[in-house]
Every structure is written in C-alpha cells, then in structure tokens.
Design a protein around this ligand. Structure first.
Ligand code: MG
Length: 278
C-alpha cells in the first residue's frame, strides 16, 4: 500500500456488495482510502480474504472497521437510546461477540482500528448500565489490543465532557475517539469544534459529515444530515481545527442518505470541497 498523504481524502463505505465494485466507485471520484462499515447481518465467513484482495488491488488503505448491530435504529432520540450500541441489555452479549468477530476480521485484512457507536452513555457513573457498558468497553479494548488494534468510540450522543469522563474511567491504553462533528449537531449535544478541542488528545480518526440542528421544541427529534458544506458544522473551521491539532489522518467523508446514487454524488461533491480545504 502507498503511504497516505496527510489529511488524505477518505470515505465511509459498507461491506455487503462486491468489494471491487464498491472500491471502484469510490476511487473513480477521488476517494483514496477509508473506513469500512460492517452491517450486523453481514456474514464474515470468507469476507476477510475477499476484502484484502480487493483493497490490495486498488491500493486502498482502510483505517477503521466499524461495527453496526442487528436491531439498531436511528429514527429519533428515544429509539436510538433503546436500540443502539452497548446500552440495550438484551443484546449486550451478542453484540460484544460480534464486535470481537469484527476485530478478528480487521486483523485478517490488516485494519489497525475498530470502532462503534456504543450508544448513549449514562451521566451517572454509579448507574448499573454505566458500569455494565464500561465493563464491555474494557473487554473489547483488551480483545482489540491482542489484535494490535485501537478501539474507537464514535462521538455525538453525549456531550464531549461526558464522553471524556467515561473515556478516562475506562482507562485502557488502546481506547480512542472517532470524532464525528455532525453527530454533535444532529443530537444537539454541543458546538462540534469546541468538542473536538476537548477530545483532541484521543482522536484517532474523523468523519467529515454535516448536519443541521434539531428543530426547536421537539426534544425527541434529531437534526437533519446534509451534504458536506451545506449544514451547520462549518467544514472550513473543522479542517482548520484538525490542522491546529496536528491531526494527519484521513478525512473520511460520511454520507448516510439511503439512495446510493445521491450518496455517491454527494461524496463526489465533498471530495472537491475537502481537496480545497485540506
Ligand atoms: Mg459518523
């Protein structure tokens, strides 16, 4: 693999379709590296060999494998609380196993980090769910460490201060942050650039995503994701802040609209914007 340029243009993409086709679409619009999302229902049997071969053929480094889980829904804030990440009690055991399986997949492909949304971390550090989730994060960190990986928590569902307190309490050397500025806006948790400053020391990877704030007066509502540069994040400010932190990792464009054609068009537009800002 070619070494990556500083702030290389990357994208988040999902396993599930043919690896060569998926990577071909991205390289055609100027994406040179990225992060692979692993859907909960994706079969990992034989997948590492297929992806490793395709990534080598395209000379396309992947910096993170992201776990999503069966049964998650991001419909609105109460649904996220009930379904996402390590918080729902009934699925903890199965999701911990799946995260370890994705860590093994990442090791076989040669991906140096795994990541996930662990869900809303409770603010009260004596809460039983807080303690259970902290235990899970520690065990996943230890598993990932044996695979020589970092484990990255995605930002946004709690404030940067709450996440930092939890992060310090977990107390694992290979724990990191995947910083997504748009999530801070979508969940109304705080100014994304201030949050990036709070978490700067621990950020291993970033998403470049944009969004508008939630509508006022509806506490359950999420904001709306936007094409990069058209939301409230302020991409110029975001990239400037990353440079001031001496962050050199890829700028991973994340676009979550369901229509694949629109998704690709928006990523192509985002590549052009980030090429100007990086
Ligand atoms: Mg994200």
């Amino acid at each position: 693999m070619q070494p990556l340029r500083d702030l290389e243009i990357g994208a988040v993409f999902w396993a599930g379709r043919d690896p060569g086709e998926t990577l071909g679409e991205l390289t055609a619009i100027g994406v040179r590296c990225g992060q692979i999302g692993i859907p909960g229902d994706f079969s990992l049997v034989g997948a590492a060999d297929r992806w490793k071969t395709a990534l080598q053929a395209e000379d396309f480094p992947v910096v993170t494998a992201f776990c999503a889980y069966n049964g998650e829904s991001y419909a609105d804030i109460p649904t996220v609380r009930q379904t996402v990440g390590f918080i729902p009690r009934d699925t903890r055991e199965e999701r911990e196993k799946r995260t370890c399986a994705v860590s093994d997949f990442a090791r076989e492909v040669g991906i140096p980090s795994i990541g996930t949304h662990i869900g809303f971390v409770p603010e009260d550090d004596t809460n039983l769910d807080y303690l259970a989730v902290r235990g899970m994060v520690r065990r996943v960190c230890d598993y990932a460490a044996r695979n020589k990986q970092t484990f990255a928590l995605e930002t946004g569902q709690e404030s940067a201060d709450t996440l930092l307190r939890f992060f310090i309490d977990v107390n694992r050397e290979n724990l990191r942050i995947n910083f997504d500025p748009a999530n801070m806006v979508l969940y109304g948790t705080g100014d994304p650039i201030d949050a990036l400053g709070t978490l700067a020391l621990h950020v291993v990877s970033v998403h470049c995503k944009d969004a508008d704030w939630p509508p006022k007066g509806i506490p359950s509502a999420l904001g709306e994701e936007k094409p990069l540069g058209q939301g409230a994040v302020g991409m110029e400010r975001f990239v400037r802040k990353l440079k001031s932190m001496d962050f050199k990792g890829p700028l991973n464009i994340e676009r979550e609209v369901p229509d694949p054609a629109q998704r690709l068009r928006d990523i192509a537009m985002a590549v052009k914007l980030l090429e100007k800002l990086r």
